[in-house]
Write a protein that binds this ligand. Structure first.
Ligand SMILES: Cc1cc2nc3c(=O)[nH]c(=O)nc-3n(C[C@H](O)[C@H](O)[C@H](O)COP(=O)(O)OP(=O)(O)OC[C@H]3O[C@@H](n4cnc5c(N)ncnc54)[C@H](O)[C@@H]3O)c2cc1C
Length: 347
């Protein structure tokens, strides 16, 4: 395939599909290339939260604009993405957490957010099956929202197609062509796509596409895990709760439970190359970060991740031990359930 576009978008996650949609809607000739399938990687796997709560002040104006977009997204795209504005809650268990919650209140007031601090009784009112025994209150922002990650990016991709974009799945971008220091095309598995601009939205792979251009984009992979229970006979009001683990009830009654505090960094070649840059961040989060030396280490040493066609969809192994711990913590907060089983899990 040899074709000319105004913009080639590389990567079919939420960033790439939304960019393709808005560009195509604005009348640009757009190609969206995806090495696997749309929404195969991180964008279908996150918690789906759209939040202002707990943000750095410099992020909040953007998140307020973002909430406006999400409020109108189902009308805009003509399909459901399970958008709900039911709030974001972070439960407080100790003095340090209360201090952090109180420190956010002046920021919330500055930006006119709906955030407030709840008492344990308020928490039990919002979450009728919650056992507030260990709870000292909660930070709550009722106007934060969430959408279903499995639905959002595909809805944007369909919107982009309706606006005339070309979608090429199972088509990896292999390299970016420059002419006189300006972008002029993308080499893909299906041939060259000439273009005037590129939106590089390749998620975890972005740095690898930039490297041959001499652009350093330090990025290390961290593996987080989420599990989905069966339908649970409790009402969680479909909000996002950061309790002893993080959870969100879906419209069908199933609950996504995240191993909120633990992320795994599989040591790879990049860990050595970029590791020093991330030391301050790792130091701040050392309690929540686990390092592992295993198959991904070997695979990276053998160059497996240098090629965009080896992993059409990056699908890391979930942390089942962490999930069992998270289920235990969830049941501590909802003892009436007895126990919970996962129907599926991903990372
Ligand atoms: C555990 C966890 C929870 C999170 N929860 C939230 C949340 O609640 N709310 C929130 O807003 N964010 C959350 N995030 C962050 C959010 O998931 C990411 O910021 C977002 O999904 C990134 O989207 P993306 O489009 O940039 O990347 P991705 O979704 O990773 O998409 C990149 C795409 O590019 C493709 N690609 C890569 N290389 C090539 C190539 N060479 N050629 C063609 N295609 C290529 C990949 O196959 C992939 O499909 C969470 C993240 C984690 C890890």
């Amino acid at each position: 395939m040899n074709a000319r576009f105004d913009t080639v978008v590389i990567g079919g996650g939420i960033v790439g599909t939304a960019a393709a949609y808005y560009l195509a809607k604005a009348g640009k000739r757009v190609a969206l290339v995806e090495k696997g399938r749309v929404n195969g990687e991180q964008s279908s796997r996150n918690w789906g939260a759209v939040r202002t709560q707990g943000r750095d002040p410099c992020e909040i104006p953007m998140m307020l604009d973002c909430l406006e977009i999400w409020r109108g997204i189902e009308a805009e795209l003509g399909e459901s993405v399970d958008w709900r504005e039911q709030g974001q809650m972070r439960i407080i268990y100790d003095r340090a957490m209360r201090e952090r919650a109180e420190a956010f209140m002046p920021i919330a007031r500055e930006f006119g957010l709906t955030t407030r601090i709840l008492t344990p009784n308020d928490v039990a009112e919002v979450l009728p099956h919650y056992d507030p025994r260990d709870c000292h209150g909660a930070l709550f922002t009722p106007t934060d929202g969430n959408a279903e990650p499995e639905k959002a990016a595909p809805a944007f991709a369909r919107g982009a197609l309706r606006c005339g974009a070309t979608l090429l799945e199972h088509t990896a971008a292999l390299s970016i062509d420059l002419w006189n220091h300006a972008v002029c095309g993308v080499e893909t598995e299906q041939g060259r796509l000439a273009c005037e601009a590129i939106v590089l939205a390749a998620g975890a792979w972005t740095g690898r596409l930039l490297k041959p251009l001499g652009i350093k984009h330090p990025c290390l992979w961290v593996r987080g895990t989420v599990g989905r229970t069966g339908v649970l006979p409790i009402e969680l009001r479909k909000l996002v709760v950061w309790g002893k683990c993080a959870y969100r009830q879906r419209p069908d009654g199933r609950v996504n439970i995240a191993v909120a505090e633990d992320g795994f960094h599989d040591l790879m070649l990049d860990s050595l190359v970029h590791g020093l840059k991330f030391l301050p961040l790792a130091k701040r989060n050392w309690r929540n970060l686990r390092f592992s030396l295993g198959k991904p280490t070997m695979r990276s040493l053998m160059g497996e991740f240098d090629d965009f066609t080896t992993h059409r969809t990056l699908d890391p192994r979930p942390d089942w031990k962490g999930l069992a711990k998270a289920a235990g913590r969830f049941v501590e907060e909802y003892p009436g359930l007895g126990s919970v089983q996962y129907e599926r899990a991903w990372a």
